[in-house]
Structure formats: structure tokens, C-alpha cells
Design a protein around this ligand. Structure first.
Ligand code: K1U
Ligand code: ZN
Length: 169
């Protein structure tokens, strides 16, 4: 197992569009193990491969209280979205310390492969639905701050760059 480095906004690699996973092999299974460890260590509820600089369509999540219900989505596709949307408070491990509201579908259904390469359909609502939409955005190279106003986004960008400069000293 290994802890992976999480890219920090505004790293341009976060805007890379991920390619489909070609084969669910031992390389992908090792990546899943490492991404889960990285997500749990960072106290996140989700992590997209994009955030660890791997540009393939893979997401790990766990929204359970006990942190014992990992969910793996490989090559996820949205197959249904609810008519209703809500503004939800979101955070991001690539934008530490920043939380803001994003409008998301209340419920979504995705089809994806699981960690064994078996095709599954996952129905979600509430926090899991929000997390799936947030992580699928990462796979398209989109970070949640891009839903915010240019003014807020620029402030966040400056704050992140300042924190990264201070950390490097
Ligand atoms: O993708 C990521 O960076 C992980 C992100 C997922 C996420 C959190 C909240 C809403 C949508 C997506 C996080 O895990 S941020 C940290 C966190 O644990 C958290 C923050 C706010 C609410 C719940 C959890
Ligand atoms: Zn994120």
C-alpha cells in the first residue's frame, strides 16, 4: 500500500480529461488500494484518479460513518438524473480548506465496472449522489471552484498559491 500525492488546485494537471480504463488488471487493483488508503488518510469521502495524476476513469468513495463501505467506479457513465437539484456545500481534497455551495442533482444513477471488472448499476441520493457528481467532474478535468464566480475563484487561486509558496519555504 502507498500514500499518493494529491494534486493541489490550481495545478493544470487537474484539468486533464481522463481516458477510459482499458482493462481492470493488477495495475488498476493496486491503484484502487492506494487511492483508498490516500482518501482515508486525507479524511475524504471520495477521490478521483485525476487528483493523483492518473488520467483514467476511476473513482473511489466511502460516505459511510464507519468508513468501511468503499465504493469503486471504473468507467462510470451517468444513466439517469433526478429532475430536482439542490445547492450543497462541497469541499475538495485538491482545494484544502475551501467549502462552497454547488447546485447538483438530488439523485443520480450510474453504470460502471467494479474493482473486479464486473458491470454494476449504482443508484444514489443525498451525499453519495453529490460525491459521485463531484468525482465525475474531476474525471472531466473540472474542479468544483469552477462553478463559483470568477471573483471567488480568483481569490481561492491566490490563497492556494500563497499557501503552497509558504509550504515550500
Ligand atoms: O474529490 C475530493 O476532493 C473529495 C471530496 C469529496 C466531496 C466532499 C463533499 C462534497 C462533495 C464531494 C472530499 O472528501 S472533501 C472532504 C470531506 O470529507 C467532506 C467535505 C464536506 C462534506 C463532507 C465531506
Ligand atoms: Zn474534489
Amino acid at each position: 500500500m502507498a500514500l499518493l500525492q494529491i494534486l493541489r488546485y490550481p495545478d493544470p494537471r487537474l484539468h486533464t480529461v481522463a481516458k477510459p480504463v482499458a482493462s481492470v488488471d493488477t495495475r488498476i487493483q493496486t491503484l484502487i488500494t492506494d487511492m483508498l488508503q490516500t482518501m482515508y488518510d486525507a479524511k475524504g469521502i471520495g477521490l478521483a484518479a485525476t487528483q493523483v495524476d492518473v488520467h483514467e476513469r476511476l473513482i473511489v468513495m466511502d460516505v459511510s460513518e464507519e468508513r468501511d463501505q468503499p465504493l469503486i467506479l471504473i468507467n462510470p457513465q451517468l444513466v439517469w438524473t433526478s429532475a430536482e437539484t439542490h445547492l450543497n456545500e462541497e469541499g475538495c481534497l485538491s482545494v484544502p480548506g475551501i467549502y462552497d455551495g454547488v447546485e447538483r442533482f438530488d439523485a443520480v444513477t450510474v453504470s460502471a465496472l467494479d474493482a473486479q471488472g464486473v458491470s454494476r448499476v449504482v443508484e444514489s441520493q443525498d451525499l453519495l449522489a453529490v460525491c459521485i457528481q463531484h468525482e465525475m467532474d474531476h474525471l472531466m478535468g473540472k474542479v468544483f471552484v469552477e462553478y463559483l464566480s470568477p471573483l471567488k475563484r480568483n481569490r481561492i487561486k491566490k490563497k492556494m498559491l500563497k499557501a503552497q509558496r509558504e509550504e515550500a519555504q
